[in-house]
Design a protein around this ligand. Structure first.
Ligand SMILES: [Zn+2]
Length: 425
């Protein structure tokens, strides 16, 4: 997967290997995470690294190689929009989540507002595919160039198969927060004995814990792409937007700096944390092998647009994300604003101190939330700002027209299970 150029210092600070190669007249940084030891049976019986002696055994090869270069004859230029939609974790047990869980009423309404159910999500994927969208890597859409002057971002021309339209999908908050575990969601991603990604899930009624590929957004998209390899351009899938305050991907990898120095629980916390770090590594490795990439959603899901937000708090948060999340998932130049809130009150008409700081830390693509897949290459600093659309309860109910290019909300929304909150169509 191509990565954009970013400060070498950031890569080196993260302990990663950097190689620079000239390609197409511009420098591109490529990175590789250090090999991570793992003792999971899945890895021993079926090596997952790219140096594996049996790469042909990977079912994802059929996706990566589906389109040949000769078939990519359609040029998608900088003035043609690349649509971008995002999801939160999908609701595995909607009846439970909307009506029966112990979550407070306000939180259950929040699930209706901001999330879709597993069945709705599957229907949306099918519609996107039927409407000839093709998944592209967000990292491939913009690049940083210098042209002998100051670095700046440019929108790349994508080479697509005829008739296909490019689509980025991002997934916010794939952290498996504590509250979701009580709300009818899956609880973590794991590598199964077959070497594939599965979700761990506890049935809220029977309390039975099991592995599934049918109740979680990640393995559902994995399965969909395996069944429809023409839905992916060169193996691309989607990007996770991760916070760090309750770890990542269902593993509690956050560090102990919030625990008092003399707290007797510290050693046990640290031992547990190290176990979680080792356990998440093979999951990250397999996700990367199968087209998933990673961006920052800030460590603490902080509101960058809040009037009380200080630059110092943004700096602390960013350093913590790089320490605790960046060291695991590798460098990224993509930042997804929590709450869609833009730093300094506005990131379009001005470039304020928070934006400048975040850019100085290596971020180049800043994604918010909006009513279309707007994107704008800034001309005073090397950065792109862009908006994403949000399939969820609010837009299924109230923005049907705006989403018709992707699906008809009437065909998607499950009004039998959602609370009775009305629709606008
Ligand atoms: Zn979020």
């Amino acid at each position: 997967m191509k990565q954009l150029t970013r400060p070498a210092a950031l890569l080196l600070a993260l302990g990663l290997t950097l190689t620079l190669s000239a390609c197409g007249g511009k420098e591109e940084a490529q990175w590789q995470p250090s090999p991570s030891p793992s003792s999971t049976p899945a890895q021993e019986s079926e090596p997952l690294s790219e140096n594996s002696p049996t790469p042909a055994a990977d079912p994802y090869d059929a996706v990566r190689t589906y389109w040949s270069e000769e078939q990519l004859t359609q040029s998608w230029g900088p003035d043609q929009p690349v649509e971008h939609i995002f999801f939160h974790p999908v609701i595995a047990y909607p009846q439970y989540a909307f009506h029966e869980s112990a979550l407070p009423e306000s939180q259950r309404i929040g699930l209706d507002d901001w999330m879709v159910t597993v069945d709705e999500y599957k229907k949306i994927l099918q519609n996107l595919y039927d409407k000839d969208y093709i998944l592209v890597a967000m990292e491939d859409v913009w690049s940083e160039v210098t042209d002998g002057g100051s670095p700046r971002m440019v929108r790349n021309t994508l080479q697509l198969p005829e008739g296909k339209k490019p689509l980025i999908i991002s997934f916010d908050d794939v952290n498996y927060y504590e509250y979701m575990l009580e709300g009818g969601f899956t609880s973590k991603l794991v590598v199964g004995e077959d070497g594939q990604i599965w979700a761990e899930c506890t049935d809220p009624y029977t309390k039975e814990t099991f592995l599934t590929q049918d109740l979680d957004a990640t393995p559902i998209l994995d399965q969909f792409v395996l069944e429809h390899p023409d839905f992916s351009l060169n193996g691309a899938k989607a990007i996770f937007s991760l916070t760090g305050y309750q770890g990542i991907l269902g593993y509690r990898t956050q560090d102990d700096r919030d625990i008092a120095a003399n707290d007797p629980g510290r050693p046990a916390f640290e031992t547990y944390r190290q176990g979680e770090i080792e356990a998440v590594k093979p999951v990250i490795e397999r996700l990367k092998e199968t087209g998933w990439t990673f961006g920052s959603h800030t460590w603490g899901h902080i509101n960058l647009g809040s009037e009380t937000r200080t630059l110092q708090s943004v700096q602390n948060d960013t350093e913590r994300w790089l320490d605790e999340v960046g060291t695991l998932v590798g460098p990224t130049n993509i930042l997804f604003y929590p709450h869609g809130a833009r730093p300094d009150g506005d990131d379009w008409h001005k470039t304020g101190p928070m934006f400048q700081y975040l850019q100085s830390m290596g971020f180049r693509v800043f994604a918010s939330v909006g009513i279309n897949s707007f994107s704008y290459v800034k001309d005073d600093i090397s950065a792109v700002i862009c908006d994403r659309l949000h399939p969820d309860g609010t837009t299924l109910r109230w923005s049907r027209d705006r989403y018709l290019q992707f699906y008809n909300a009437e065909d998607i929304i499950d009004l039998d299970v959602r609370p009775d909150l009305g629709v606008g169509w």
